[in-house]
Design a protein around this ligand. Sequence first.
Ligand SMILES: Nc1ncnc2c1ncn2[C@@H]1O[C@H](COP(=O)(O)OP(=O)(O)O)[C@@H](O)[C@H]1O
Ligand SMILES: CC(=O)OP(=O)(O)O
Ligand SMILES: [Mg+2]
Length: 419
Amino acid sequence: MSRVLVVNSGSSSLKYQLIELDGEQVLASGLVERIGEGGGSSVGDGLESPPIDARHTRDSKPSPTDSTVASVADDFRNSVPDHEAAFQVMLTGLQEQGIDLDEPLAAVGHRVVHGGARFLEPTVVTDEVKREIDELSVLAPLHNPPNLAGIVAAEATFPGVPQVAVFDTAFHRTLPPVARTYAIDADLAERYGIRRFGFHGISFEYVSGEAARFLGRSLADLKLIVFHLGNGASVTAVDGGRSVETSMGLTPLEGLMMGTRGGDIDPGVLLHLQREGGLTADAVDTLLNHGSGLLGLGGFGDIRDVQKAAAAGDAHAALAFEVYQHRIRGYVGSYLAQLGRADAIVFTAGVGENNASVRAGSLAGLEGLGIRIDAALNESESRAARAISSDDSAIAVLVIPTNEELEIARQALAVVTGP
Ligand SMILES: Nc1ncnc2c1ncn2[C@@H]1O[C@H](COP(=O)(O)OP(=O)(O)O)[C@@H](O)[C@H]1O
Ligand SMILES: CC(=O)OP(=O)(O)O
Ligand SMILES: [Mg+2]
């Protein structure tokens, strides 16, 4: 028996796949979107079709007149998704795709974003594991609560089936001390567990393997810079299959600019907002997680909407689009220096796979570093893993579709079947 249900219960969507790992066949899949906001669901090829318009976001940012701290916070709280309802929609979706829910499952695999220092491997869920995932919610408030809700719902629906948590942080267990250390007081860091963890590890692991396969080379010999550009976005330097540097840190707030998160910021800005703006710590949290990034600066959380607004002459949207690419370009340079060289730069996830302008814009002007994009290849509508660099590019540039669900299914099955 090697049938695994994968539940990726996210902050505003639930993605699922039922996978038969003998032959790696997807038996059913779907996406339940805009949970709790009257949103619908899609089944079947849902993961291939364009997903949600404004995930993690409202349709547009609050106007300055209603942006008192309290009203901004309340506004976002009103859109807290109902994950239990989403789980029920998923079950209906599975049945509509002809799945008999009584057929035995080897495991249910769950994406869990923050595994802290404790969870370095995929882990069979126990009450203690759930407690620890819950405790880590303070470091991933957008993610761990819905991840846990998915686990609890699956336990109730599939009693006796092992629930396996697969952690986004685990791939980054190889980060060397120099890359996981913040330059703050060492005793304080120790006492409060302050260090860099990194996220999107499930995707980075899958995509690195696929990039090696595409290049026909051993992963052990490759130096890769992998950009996961989804709603959340991060980049990892992968050396011989190991994460050696990554842009997210203690929480998924650090690094690149994202849909509703701003990424790297001078910590002095937060102090200034608290002292001069009168914002509470919770209001700053809301602002950083829900009201920054493309949404905060450009007015829309989905980069396609930002591009449309920019094309229509909106200066803030145009600037947001530029800043997004400027950050990516900066990390290319930084990680090239950290790795010493790179065999390939890889783009993945919603924006990375689908947005040719972001790829071209971010890498424009980097010919001196040996990076040249072929415009026609870059603009191709192909969904397959592919190269988009020109023949004379010293560093290959690849687009590799991610498949977090397949990676989770593989890891979950490996845990329950043992070595
Ligand atoms: N088919 C598509 N064409 C263009 N952009 C897309 C497409 N699909 C997704 N995106 C972009 O990807 C973003 C979401 O990425 P995704 O990886 O699905 O996010 P997440 O899994 O983090 O929710 C959207 O904001 C959108 O801009
Ligand atoms: C860790 C993270 O940011 O995940 P997502 O992209 O799913 O929001
Ligand atoms: Mg994602």
